[in-house]
Design a protein around this ligand. Sequence first.
Ligand code: C2E
Ligand code: CA
Ligand code: CA
Length: 842
Amino acid sequence: MQRPMGTDDATNRRLWRLVGPVVVGAGVAVAAALWLIKDYGSLALFLPLPTVLVTVCGYMRIQIRIRSAIHGSSPVSAVIVVAAVFLPAPFVILSVAVGKLADQLLNVAHVPVKISFNVGKEVLNGTAAALAVAALGFQPILVTADRTGPISDALAATVLASVGYFIVDELVSKGLFAMLTRTSYRQRLFADWGLLAVVQAGAFIIAVATVVVYHVNHWLVLILPLLLWCIHLASGNRVRARQGNEAWQRLAEATDEFNSVDQTAVLHAAVRKAADLFSTDEVEVQIRPQAGEARLVRSNGRDILYDGHPDDAPPAAGFVIPIGLESYRGDADLGELRLRFRAPVKLTEREGYTLHTFAAALCTAIRNASTFAETQRLADSHARAAAQDPLTHLANRRKLQQYGDEALATGIVGVLLIDLNHFKEVNDTLGHSAGDRVLITVGERLTAAVREDDLVARFGGDEFAVILANLSAPALAEMRAHTILDALAPPIQLDDMRISVEASCGVTTASGGTVGELLRRADVALYQAKQDGQRVVVYAHARDTADIGTLTLGGDLARAVAEGQFVVNFQPIVDLATGQVIAAEALTRWHHPDRGDLAPDRFLPAIERSGQLSAFADAVLDQALIAVSQWADAGHDIPVAVNVSPRSLLDPSFPDAVARRLAARGVPSSSLVIELTESITLSKLEVVDDVLAALRDQGIRLALDDFGTGFSSLATLARVAVDELKIDRSFVAAMNTSAPGAVVRSTVDLGRSLGLVVVAEGIEREDQRQQLWELGCPAGQGHLFARAMPADRLLAALRRGHDGQPGCLAPPLHDTDTVIRLPRNRRSRRAGAAEPGQEWVP
Ligand code: C2E
Ligand code: CA
Ligand code: CA
């Protein structure tokens, strides 16, 4: 798992240059001590005790890894301070030198430069402690006449020794450390300050306790090593427990930052957080092409050093700990996370575990981000495909309708419906490929002949349509139609043949209404043109027999709303796994006195134009809320979903109207879901934002209807905060073919990563239900479960239930082993967050 880097001599030489002065200083101290020790011959007996204690302290070491350097801390300072208070300097120096050397050889890796530094440093510390005592004229306790001396002197000596020790220790060890890690000395001085201060304070307290105990009874001192050991055990456990908690806390915070669907944000957060979490010199993530594009991101914890293709990355040296980016279940391998250190490092068991968890979370985040990107790509290409005629790349009927509706909102619009004469013969005699080339050429010529604001579409076969937007007068349309048809006149060259194309055209204009209606009228005109053998015919109302019905339909609306001819039926939405009804969608019908039941698409456009919209919406909402409270009274507490026209969202008083209705019927806002269809309106206007925000503020949930069919599904999603996505039934119906299947799959994934409920529409067969559920879609509606029905019939169905299960409409799915993982909404606990410096204890 670990790849050692080549130990380079340059680094070693640099190290020796830093360590050299320390070793030389210590050597001088030891030589002086050896020279002076003969003056205290009677005390030689006391030499082994501090020596052994210094060695034993090595076993009580608490280690901290900062990047690749191990920072150890042990109660040795307490022993040295005590030694300095009790014994003359030469004893202190020699016992430290011998004891520390033994400790190093027994406990620490045998790297000469490290051993030399550690022993040298400790000798200098000891020398400082002893000299601080001597310099101010205090006598070491064992040198005093009664081998006790006044306690005040002893305590003063303890303070002096501690200060001497502390100062030299800080200067030598931190100074070197700063140079090794290339951080500033000041920075080092304050890093890890908390933990080290505790250790120093502990050492001081132990030293004071020793002096006091000694004064009470000389022999009592002997139990102190035991006490020391106990304190060490207890504090070691505490430090470990604290760091364990901090580790999880920081891991949770780090992975929380993965909560983004943008790959760059995820990767940058990952390398920064990993550098911090594992105290590395560098971190890099490399992802394989399967997860999008091959990419490598490298950071030193502060800056992003590289982000680009792995092949172009500058080489990096060092000791590397790599880990594969695999999911929890080990079923995806997206790339690799690498921790890089300047020198070899061994992670502790917990760090290893943390690393695995971190990598798995990162893997999920990368997957979510690439799924999101894929969804975006699919939705775009789907939108393009949905808007385009594949042969000529002109707009299709759908796109034309949308474009026309927009144009109608702003001015006079002309619609030309163009049909090629005798095209069938071209196709039959010259073959389909010749026919296709004719159609393509016609498309090109039409496009060249229209103005910038206009739109050319092909409806299939040899039928084309043109929207003339922003006409300054209706009369212009006919003239423009002639010009456009003129463009088709030149013969078309097909290999060695020239054929001429003639066309007929129906024209109509309007400054309101729907494109659907305009197209119908243009069609009437086109039919007349063909019949009369004319090139261009303008629609005339008098010759239109079908129009009369439509007109009366418009006139009926006010009465229909007033007389309550609109009835609301409810289609249950069920939990796919259990068959339990979890909501119902309100779908409106018009019980027309003469025409019978009319579906919404027959009357909604008229209502939206008629000025009756708010009365209509209010009536629908009211019926829906009556139904909800009726169900709730019967013990079925399910929310109702109500469809809202985009135009209602332009009405600033809409939220208040809803609130009043909720209050009047005593229904909590949580029992209402409002379904929005994506539309131009939804994605553009500020007033819509305000209306939606006001609805949400009331606690009403929002669902994005027909998801995937819109021209900017994801743009809408980014703009409007919704709680629910409804997969359009066209995708469910075609789920087994590749593109719609992928849309379903990625919508489910997207919903999951954004924490949204996903509902599939139009489920008609059991296999669709099963498949959707396996994809992770939790809920759905469709004829498989029930059609829309009156509120009381739905209530009866809920009461009856399925198979003795009230509230159910279908049997549970058989495969109950699979678990759907819904997003866990993890919140990190902020309190007690770790300071930026790393403290890891094995
Ligand atoms: P929608 O919101 O997508 O509603 C679902 C439509 O799919 C309904 O058509 C429903 O009857 C139909 N449906 C449900 N399950 C199945 C199935 O398994 N197979 C098939 N083939 N169809 C299924 P409906 O009732 O004709 O409504 C059409 C659209 O009219 C609705 O589409 C909605 O956008 C709109 N609408 C309905 N009621 C209202 C209303 O009160 N106000 C507004 N503004 N729009 C409404
Ligand atoms: Ca709906
Ligand atoms: Ca829908």
